[in-house]
Every structure is written in C-alpha cells, then in structure tokens.
Design a protein around this ligand. Structure first.
Ligand SMILES: Nc1ncnc2c1ncn2[C@@H]1O[C@H](COP(=O)(O)OP(=O)(O)OP(=O)(O)O)[C@@H](O)[C@H]1O
Length: 629
C-alpha cells in the first residue's frame, strides 16, 4: 500500500528525474525546478494575448488596486511588472513587464500546465442555484445569526459572491466548489479584508472561516501591486503566510487554498513538521506566493534562511487563540516580531477562530493595526446545529457505555462510511488502549495523537475519512479546524478541562449547516466544567439535565481558568477593547476609537462570564507545541 511517504518519495523521484539533474538535492546550485517558477501575474496570461504591460487601476471597488483602503496604500512597493485590469469582468490580462521573473519563467503557462486539477472530474459540473440541494448546506440555519462588528469605518457586508470583486478566476473556483452563497462570516469578513483592514474574526465552528481568509489573500495577490521580489540565492519570499497549529490543519488549508487558487497563477505551498524537509524545500523552490505552515517548521525554514518574510503582505492566523496561548506564543512572536516580516500597518493581518478569550484578544492586538473586531454568532458558543448530550458515566463504566452507544448506532444504521464517530480522550496512551479495545470488540477504529509518526497520523486520518475505520480515537490534536465530512457523532469520552476545547471538539460535527450529535461522559472528576458546560448548552438551546444544573450550581467556572470566550459578556461577541477595565487600566483607545455595529437580535450583556484578569493560564505546556507541530 502506498503511504504518504511513499507518495512523497515517488513524487520527489519524479521531480528529480524531470529536472534531469543528479544533483537536485537541497543545496544544489543548479536548482532546475526553480527555473520554471512563473510569478502569479504572468501565469494567467493567455498565450495568444499580446497585451503589453498594463498599468490600469481597477475601479468600482472600495479598495484600491493594492487591496488597501482608499485612505492610502499601506504597501508601498513600487509596481514594475503588473497592473490590474478593470474590474468590469473578463479574464484578467496580466502583462509581463520584461523583468527578471518574466525572463526566467520560460513561458507564462508552464506553471499552469503542471497544475493538477484539484476538482477532478467535477470541474465542469454546473453550479446549482439552490445550495442546499447540491451541497447539503442548510443556509436557513444561518439566517438571523447575530453579528457584531466594532472598529472604525467598518465596510458593509455583501449578500452574494457576485457583490464582491474577487476576479473571474477565483469566482470560477467558487463555482467549482459549489459555494452558491457566502456564509455569514464570509459576507462580513471578505469585504473587510478586501478593504485592506486588519481583522479579528470569531465565528462558529464549520462556518467557512477558511474561505473567509483565503479569498481576500488570493484575490489580493492576483490583482494587487506586488513589488518585485528579491532573488535570494536559495531564499523564497512568500507574499502571504497562513499559520495554523497542527500539521493536519495546515495540510487541509493548503488543499483548500489550492482549490481556491486553481488557475489563478497563485502558488500555494505547505510546510509542516514531522515530514521530510527536503521535499518541502523543493516545493518552495518551485515558487510560493502563499505559504501555509505550522510554526515550528516555519522557524526552522527561517533559521536556515530558506524563507524570508520580508515580502509578506498578508498574515493569517487560523485558530488564532490557540496560536497565541502559552504553547505557541513565543514561536509566533518570534515569527511575527523578530524576523523580517513587515510590521502591523504595513502587512495586513487576519486572525480567525471560533473562540477568542479576552486575554488572548489582548495579546493578539499586538499584531494588529486599527483592526475591526467581527463576531458572527455567539463567540465561543457551539452551533445550534449540534445536538449536545451529557451523560453521567463513572470512569470504570466508560468503555461499556461507549460500546452501548456504538451498538445502538449500528442498530439504527448510523454507523459506517456515512456516519463517522470521533472519540476524544485525554491522553495518548488512553487513545491507543481504547482503539485496541474497540478493534478487539468488533469496531474498526484508528487513532491520532502526538506520539504517532506523521505518516501514521496521515494514514489514520485517511482511513477514517474513507470510512475504512469509521471510528477515530483522538487527543486534542484533532480538536481544531479539521473538516471531515460525515462525522455524525463526537464523543467526549474524557471531557477536556477547558470549555473552549469542548467547543472546538464538538465542532468536528454539525459543519456547514449540517446537523450533528455530541455526547459527553461526565463524572465527579469533571465537576469544575459543570457550570461552563451547562451555560454553553443553555446558550445553544440544548436541554441541560437536572443533575448537571445541580453540579453547576455548586461549582465555579470551568477548568479553573474562568476565561469564558470573548470575556466580559455573557454571550461573548465582545471586543475586549470595549471592556471598561481595559480602558481604565491604561489601555490606549488608540486601538479602538470606532463605533459598534450590531445586527441580529442579541445583546452582549455585561457581566456574566467575565474573564478574570490573569485567570487564563493556557492549556498546554511549552513542550506540547512540538507534538502539535
Ligand atoms: N459559502 C459556502 N458555501 C457552501 N459551503 C461552504 C461555504 N464556505 C465554506 N463551506 C464549506 O463549509 C465547511 C466548513 O468550512 P471551514 O472548514 O472553513 O470552517 P471553519 O469555520 O474554519 O471551521 P473550524 O472553526 O472548525 O475551523 C467546509 O467543508 C467548506 O468547504
């Protein structure tokens, strides 16, 4: 059976052969693959199009040609090689400027020729007017969702993708993805980002945040002014950096971004730990516009001087609260503040997550400039699409209880390829032992956790996704971001110590408007979670068992951290800059001088879950980062 590494090894061999160079390793001076790099603005140029360099500026949009606000470009690099065609439609016609990139490209279409169609045979399927019919997305689930924005001059939301000037090639890929309407976070976040504004965005799990940050980045690179990139001997200069906390999530974002950027000429490369670095170096050398990475591997590449961040115009942190908690913050600060990345206000920064504790918002503001805060849905709440059940199960009864659930699923047909079950446990050993026990009892299962090799992790994920092993036993490494179709049931065999982790875990089901089920096993050892759990369930219109309410009445806030998402407001949705203690405590109103804009029918009542200062202690030791990364 071909494994991930077999694939990599084979593709490396193919590449080496194609390059006809026995000396194609890292450090080779010939770098044959790299010579075929074609800059994005030249790759889309029709071969028959003799259009010379175009220097026009698109109009009719609230952003300038650089994708920055009308107030003035924040990216000052002079454009020498590419212009923006008018926004009135038609395929983009990029003109070569006769510069070095063009000369060494070997032809506009060489890069594109090699591009694998990520849509496969479905490429030409017509878009359905009714999204729910074709994709199973229940868009009604998103109606009346509460939205809050705060900050200066917030660009208005759009209702359709056609209302946004994303460019023909990207629009075509949106059609290929069968995205008919933007989701609420996309409706708000995309115009904000296209206007060049920094953004801190909170939106519920499975609500389409990946596209919300990818579309403006791809569009900006395709259409914006790009200063000529330096030509370091072995250094590459991406224009955008997307960081995520886990290898699997980085791979997933990479796959998504490749779909969105198909035939746009924008090149997306992924770099993550646990996989051979040489293949990643070769990928980078072929050219990179958007680099998707985990922090540890990126630091490695930066220290080897194989990547420079000096040309980064867009920085996106997915799962931003996780990226800035104790485990990752030093690495993120190093990448963002201590290397050669342009500062806030020069680069554009976008932070996305479903949860955003106040203390993390405070840290995050260091990376942002005059940003807009956007909350779609109740920050840190779970989506109402997920039915949540909490069952009291003593530690010693957990296995037999799980077995009962699985048998019941089998009997009512909700088991198998179309109904996957994801079981979260606290420890890696616990994951292995439960997996073994399930297999012994006739339930094919696999496992994913930080002690497994990356090859094993990827194999496990594929086996789960395909339904070969319809049960995945996982630690929190699988809690965030993973978009696995057909996860029908999430079981919190061991509850996490942090309510935000619970929100992300159960968010692996009930995605993109579909419904899902989440069952949690609760016992005495989880009593510190009772209150947060009961309140979260209440907010999500779930039935709270009486016994849990009694536990909640007796206990304090969850996990000892008392850091309910969003902070300061019972329903989250709260920009920490509006917090009175922040303003009193010497916090500068420079961060925030703007109006608050609400839509939807909820109020962020003060009080309630106030996150006590210093209450947040982070959930992970520093050493954990490497296991994730
Ligand atoms: N406009 C759209 N129309 C239909 N489907 C969409 C749209 N936007 C995104 N999706 C789909 O919704 C699913 C969830 O999207 P995504 O993974 O970006 O969610 P997310 O908000 O990042 O979730 P999480 O918080 O768990 O990381 C994906 O399968 C994606 O393809």
């Amino acid at each position: 059976m071909r494994t991930a590494w077999a694939d990599i090894a084979n593709s490396a061999a193919e590449n080496t052969a194609a390059a006809s160079s026995a000396n194609d390793g890292v450090g080779s001076t010939s770098r044959p693959a790299r010579s075929s790099y074609v800059p994005p603005h030249l790759r889309n140029r029709p071969s028959s199009d003799p259009t010379p360099a175009f220097s026009g500026v698109g109009s009719g949009s609230d952003r300038s040609v650089y994708g920055v606000p009308a107030g003035g470009p924040r990216w000052a690099g002079p454009r020498t090689d590419v212009g923006r065609p008018g926004s009135g439609g038609g395929a983009p016609r990029f003109g070569g400027g006769g510069n070095g990139w063009n000369n060494r490209s070997g032809g506009w279409d060489r890069g594109r020729d090699r591009e694998v169609n990520p849509f496969g045979d479905e490429d030409d399927a017509p878009a359905e007017p009714d999204a729910s019919e074709h994709t199973g997305i229940n868009f009604d689930a998103y109606e009346d969702i509460p939205v809050e924005t705060s900050g200066d001059n917030v660009p208005p939301p759009v209702n359709t993708f056609a209302d946004i000037d994303l460019g023909d090639a990207l629009n075509e890929n949106i059609r290929r993805c069968k995205y008919v309407k933007p989701t609420p976070v996309q409706r708000h976040a995309i115009p904000i980002s296209l206007a060049g504004r920094d953004l801190m965005a909170c939106a519920q799990t499975g609500s389409g945040k990946t596209a919300a940050f990818c579309f403006p980045i791809i569009s900006g690179i395709m259409t914006g002014q790009i200063a000529q990139r330096p030509r370091g001997a072995r250094t590459v200069f991406p224009l955008a950096l997307i960081l995520s906390p886990t290898r699997e999530l980085s791979c997933q974002i990479h796959e998504e971004a490749k779909k969105f950027s198909y035939q746009t000429g924008v090149r997306v490369v992924v770099a993550y730990g646990g996989a051979p670095i040489n293949q990643q170096l070769r990928d980078l050398e072929r050219g990179v516009d958007i680099l998707v990475a985990t922090p540890g591997r990126l630091v490695d590449l930066l220290e080897r001087a194989r990547v420079s961040l000096q040309m980064v115009r867009y920085l996106a942190l997915d799962e931003a609260d996780r990226m800035l908690d104790m485990g990752f913050e030093p690495q993120i600060r190093k990448i963002v503040e201590q290397m050669d990345m342009p500062p806030p206000g020069v680069r554009q920064t976008m932070l996305f997550s479903a949860t955003f504790p106040k203390e993390i918002q405070r840290l995050a503001s260091d990376f942002l400039s005059k940003y807009i805060f956007l909350a779609v849905g109740r920050v840190g709440s779970s989506t109402d699409l997920i039915v949540q059940r909490v069952e009291f199960v003593n530690e010693s009864d957990k296995r037999s209880h799980l077995m009962d659930l699985l048998h019941a699923q089998r009997e009512n047909g909700t088991h198998g390829k179309q109904s996957l079950t994801l079981v979260f446990v606290e420890t890696k050993k616990g994951a292995d032992s439960l997996e073994h026990w399930l297999c012994m009892n006739g339930f094919p299962a696999t496992t994913i956790h930080g002690d497994r090799t990356q090859q094993e992790r990827e194999y496990a994920l594929r086996s789960f996704k395909s339904g070969t092993t319809p049960i995945l036993v996982a630690t929190d490494v699988a809690a965030r971001g993973l978009d696995i179709p057909h996860v029908a049931h999430v079981v919190n065999f061991d509850l996490p110590n942090d309510i935000d982790d619970y929100v992300h875990r159960i968010g692996r089901t009930g995605r993109a408007g579909k419904s899902g089920l989440a069952t949690a096993f609760f016992n005495e050892s989880n009593s510190n979670m009772a209150r947060s759990l009961a309140e979260l369930m209440q907010e999500s219109n779930q039935e709270v068992p009486d016994w849990l309410s009694r536990y909640a009445a007796r206990s304090s806030y969850g996990g000892g951290k008392n850091r309910r998402s969003g902070g300061g407001g019972r329903f989250g949705g709260r920009d920490f800059r509006r917090d009175t203690s922040y303003n009193r405590g010497g916090g500068s109103t420079d961060y925030y001088g703007g109006s608050n804009n609400y839509s939807g029918g909820y109020g962020a009542a003060p009080g309630g879950y106030g996150a006590a200062p210093g209450g947040y202690g982070g959930g992970y030791g520093a050493g954990v980062a490497s296991a994730w990364d």
